[in-house]
Every structure is written in structure tokens, then in C-alpha cells.
Write a protein that binds this ligand. Structure first.
Ligand SMILES: C[S@@+](CC[C@H](N)C(=O)[O-])C[C@H]1O[C@@H](n2cnc3c(N)ncnc32)[C@H](O)[C@@H]1O
Length: 479
């Protein structure tokens, strides 16, 4: 199997050369100082093949040659208008066709003219999809049909196997790997669960519009290619910023580094053409890899979204949201957590209070800092429940009113929170002690599991080692 999943005769270098030359014929300009090649352990990457100074533009794309919702939508609508009613019927599900009665009378109405008059309705069907959904469908369809303008791009995309390290793939496809999810720290597990929900939601949205989207493996491949390779690209018609995405073949060969190495620029050229350019922000020697920062991401995020972790990550943090929420959910400091007959947590006034003040969730520590959100949650964890409820009458004890105003003063930054410090430290120590113990247990389990080998084990071990390191760095001073 090649990177795109089909049997190919040509080498990777030949396929990259073919893609580059096809893009050049579409007006894309590449600097002669860079080349894409396989890099052990990182797939394809971009290497400097001469000294490349800071400020050199290494790629320039006319924006019309990018593959994004705008260009994909135009291509799909062109197919419908060129192929007539047959093309529309083969592409869209009968229930999604612009008009259900029309669908039942479709045979009678198979005329190009009728499709053309429906073009606006097909366009609004496509507009009902998010950018991620539309692009994933576009790649899915292109891979199935092998007759698109993007064949040479498809030939250099990674295989589904390449995504085997992603928790989402374990969850959706299993192949004996679903149980590895239990090795993940709670926040990574939850991230994977959110992605899983989004994936199934996207597949069902795409299926509600397009016919024949049966192959889940092919769809997850397409969905992950979009997820891991798209760049931010502003389009006025995009409903949200997360819909501002584009694929830029070859630019998407740039691997991630948590140092900023290149910048993306959008600018106007001659004849009202808009360009998308990639410019270096430092100089490179021959053989250096040119990288891009995908963002200030933790290893937990990188593993879930891209399937790798960094040996040294500047953005490392310890997420204790699950641990702190478990404490906050307990209705009283001294009592055990209540649950109703279904086992669901009884609504907690503390959680409601945190939510009302914008501090519910996302409790983290870095090596040398405790986030303010975490400090606030620790303070809330130690007050009585009644303090978190707004008083209903004038007969509230003064001590409670005072404690609430001290808490609010801390949350709003009007007080330094010294009143809460000692108990916050004690609660945090208890949490961190448990974190360290749990890390040791999970590290032993992952190391003993002979099937959880290679990069999967390496990534899991890395996540727990960094959790442990951060936990210990905060435990030490208070012991
Ligand atoms: C935008 S693509 C980069 C090009 C990719 N290497 C390829 O072969 O096509 C993102 C993917 O590259 C890999 N990757 C990127 N940065 C990496 C890094 N620093 N270490 C390991 N793998 C990395 C991951 O598989 C990620 O999902």
C-alpha cells in the first residue's frame, strides 16, 4: 500500500516530483532552496537544500489553486452542472435532493436545464456542511473515483496506517487497539472522546447529503487528512473561524516544531490575483528541516489531533480537571459524593458557581505555574456549598456573606486569595500525590503490555512522565 492506500509503481520521490510539477502548471512557485523528502519517524518533511535566509518566500500559491471549501464546492457544483441530473443523482442522497417531490419525479426530469435551475439549491446543501465535513467528503470521493484533478496530491497523502497512533483511530476502528484508550490520562481520553463524537457527527452529516458514503475506513482517512493537514485561511463566507481552513499541497509537508519557523502570508498580486505564501522566519543551513508551528500545543493535544508527541515540549502541562471536578462535585467538603438513582451526579452548586463565573474546567499546571483557573477552583473547593448559592432572603448569616464576597474578590482579581492559600495547597498536594501514584500504576501497565508497543507505548509513557514531572515539581516545596 502506498501513502494514499493504492498500489503504486512509482517511488515517493517521483510522486512528489509529479505533484510539484502539476502545481507549477497551476501557477504555484517553489523556491529552489527547499525540497520535500522522507524523514525517519516523521513521514515527509521539507529540507533546505542550500542556505536559506530568513525572510525567503519558499512557496507561493495563487489562492485559486488551493484545495479548500470554496474550490471544492465550485468543483462539485461544476460536476453537477456538467454531468446533468445523472451526476446530481449519483452525488446526492435522494432525501437530500433539493426537493423531495422532485426526487420522486426525477426520472421524468432528467434534463440538464432542470439541474441548472436547481444549482442554487445544491449550493445551499453544500453550504450546510462544515468546512471539515465538505473537505473530508471531497477527499473521500476523489480517492474512490481516482478521476479528480488532485490525483497527484492523493498519491502523496499518508495511508490510514500512518494514523494508527491516534486514539480516535483506536476508538473508531479498534483492530484490537480500543483497549489502549484506557491507558490514556483522563484529559487525553476525553479529548479522544470529543473527537470521536465529532467524527461520527461529521460522517452522519455527510451521509445525510451525499450518496454512497459507506466506507468508514476511507472516511476516517479523509477526515484525518483534513484534520492534520489544513491551515488557517480566512474566507469571508466561512460561518466560523474553524471553517476557515485550506489544504495547500506541499506546504502540508511541513512538520511541526514548537518554535515558530515559518509564517503564512496572504497578499494581492498583479491582475487582482490573491496569493498564499510561506516565508521563513529564520535562516537554515543545508540539510536543516524547515518546520511550521501548528500552535502552542501540549503533547496530549498533538497525540489526539496528529498522532505524535514531542520528546521536549515547551507547552507541556498537567491537566487536573478530572481530579478537581471530582472533588468539586462532592456536595459537602466532609461528605462523600452523592449520586442519584441513575448514578448521575447531583447538580453541584460549586460547579454552577464556577460556570457562572466562567471558571468551569480547564485546570492545569505547568512546570512552574499553577493556572489562575486552577487557583480559583481550589478556592471554591474549600468553601461550603451555601457560599456558592446566591442568598434567597435577608437572613443569611454574616459569615457566609463575608466568605462569598472574599471568594468573589479573589475571582475578580480584587484580592490575592491568601485566605484560601493554605487549604488550596493541601488539596492540591492530595491531588498531586494521587497523580504521581496513578502515573506509576499506568506506566507499569503500559510497559507490561506487550501488544502496546512502539510509538504507542512511547507516546503514552511520555504523557505520564511529563504529568509526573510537573506533579513532583509542585509537590516538593509543600512537603
Ligand atoms: C501536516 S502533516 C506533515 C507532513 C507529514 N509528515 C507527511 O508525511 O505528509 C502532519 C503529520 O506529520 C507528522 N508530524 C508532524 N510533525 C511531526 C513531528 N514533529 N514529529 C513527528 N511527526 C510529525 C504527523 O504524522 C502529523 O500528523
Amino acid at each position: 500500500m502506498t501513502r494514499s492506500g493504492t498500489h503504486q509503481q512509482s517511488s515517493l520521490a517521483e510522486r512528489i516530483a509529479k505533484l510539484v510539477s502539476q502545481l507549477q502548471s497551476r501557477g504555484v512557485i517553489f523556491s529552489d532552496g527547499v525540497q520535500a523528502q522522507e524523514i525517519p519517524g516523521r513521514g515527509i518533511g521539507v529540507i533546505a537544500c542550500r542556505m536559506v535566509p530568513a525572510g525567503e518566500q519558499i512557496v507561493q500559491f495563487p489562492v485559486t489553486s488551493l484545495l479548500n471549501p470554496r474550490t471544492a464546492k465550485a468543483a462539485l457544483l461544476r460536476e453537477v452542472s456538467d454531468g446533468g441530473a445523472d451526476a446530481a443523482c449519483s452525488m446526492f442522497t435522494p432525501t437530500a435532493t433539493p426537493n423531495r417531490e422532485e426526487a420522486t419525479a426525477r426520472k421524468r426530469r432528467r434534463r440538464d436545464a432542470s439541474v441548472k435551475t436547481q444549482a442554487g439549491k445544491y449550493a445551499s446543501l453544500l453550504d450546510s456542511l462544515s468546512s471539515h465535513q465538505l473537505l473530508a467528503y471531497y477527499l473521500y470521493r476523489a480517492r474512490l473515483r481516482r478521476d479528480s484533478d488532485w490525483n497527484s496530491f492523493l498519491d502523496v497523502l499518508p495511508t490510514l496506517d500512518t494514523f494508527g497512533g491516534l486514539p480516535l483511530v483506536w476508538a473508531v476502528l479498534d483492530h484490537g487497539r480500543k483497549r489502549f484508550l484506557d491507558y490514556l490520562p483522563a484529559n487525553t481520553y476525553e479529548h479522544a472522546a470529543r473527537m470521536s463524537k465529532q467524527f461520527w457527527g461529521d460522517l452522519s452529516a455527510v451521509r445525510s447529503i451525499f450518496a454512497n458514503v459507506e466506507d468508514v475506513e476511507l472516511f476516517i482517512w479523509a477526515w484525518l487528512c483534513v484534520n492534520s493537514r489544513c491551515l488557517y485561511y480566512y474566507m469571508a463566507e466561512a460561518p466560523t473561524s474553524s471553517d476557515c481552513m485550506t489544504l495547500a499541497p506541499v506546504v502540508d509537508f511541513l512538520n511541526h516544531s514548537d518554535d515558530e519557523h515559518c509564517s503564512i502570508q496572504i497578499y494581492d498580486g498583479a491582475l487582482a490575483t490573491k496569493f498564499f505564501g510561506l516565508v521563513t522566519t529564520r535562516s537554515y543551513d543545508v540539510g536543516d528541516e524547515i518546520c511550521l508551528s501548528y500552535g502552542a500545543h501540549t503533547n496530549s493535544f498533538l497525540l489526539c489531533e496528529y498522532g505524535f508527541t514531542l520528546a521536549v515540549n515547551k507547552n507541556t502541562e498537567l491537566d487536573i480537571t478530572a481530579e478537581l471536578l471530582a472533588i468539586l462535585k462532592c456536595s459537602r467538603r466532609t461528605s462523600r459524593c452523592h449520586s442519584d438513582s441513575e448514578g448521575a451526579e447531583i447538580e453541584s452548586p460549586k460547579l454552577a458557581f464556577l460556570e457562572a463565573h466562567g471558571y468551569l474546567g480547564d485546570y492545569t499546571l505547568s512546570l512552574d505555574t499553577i493556572s489562575y483557573r486552577t487557583e480559583v477552583a481550589l478556592a471554591v473547593s474549600q468553601v461550603r456549598e451555601e457560599v456558592c448559592r446566591e442568598p434567597t432572603g435577608d437572613d443569611e448569616p454574616r459569615a457566609r456573606t463575608l466568605e462569598r464576597s472574599q471568594l468573589k474578590a479573589f475571582i475578580s482579581g480584587m484580592a490575592n486569595g491568601s485566605k484560601f492559600k493554605a487549604r488550596s495547597t493541601a488539596t492540591l498536594n492530595t491531588i498531586l500525590d494521587d497523580v504521581v501514584k496513578n502515573c506509576d500504576i499506568m506506566l507499569a501497565k503500559a510497559n507490561d503490555d506487550v501488544e502496546c508497543g512502539g510509538e504507542t507505548r512511547e507516546n503514552i509513557v511520555r504523557l505520564y512522565n511529563e504529568r509526573k514531572q510537573i506533579a513532583c515539581s509542585h509537590l516538593r516545596p509543600h512537603r
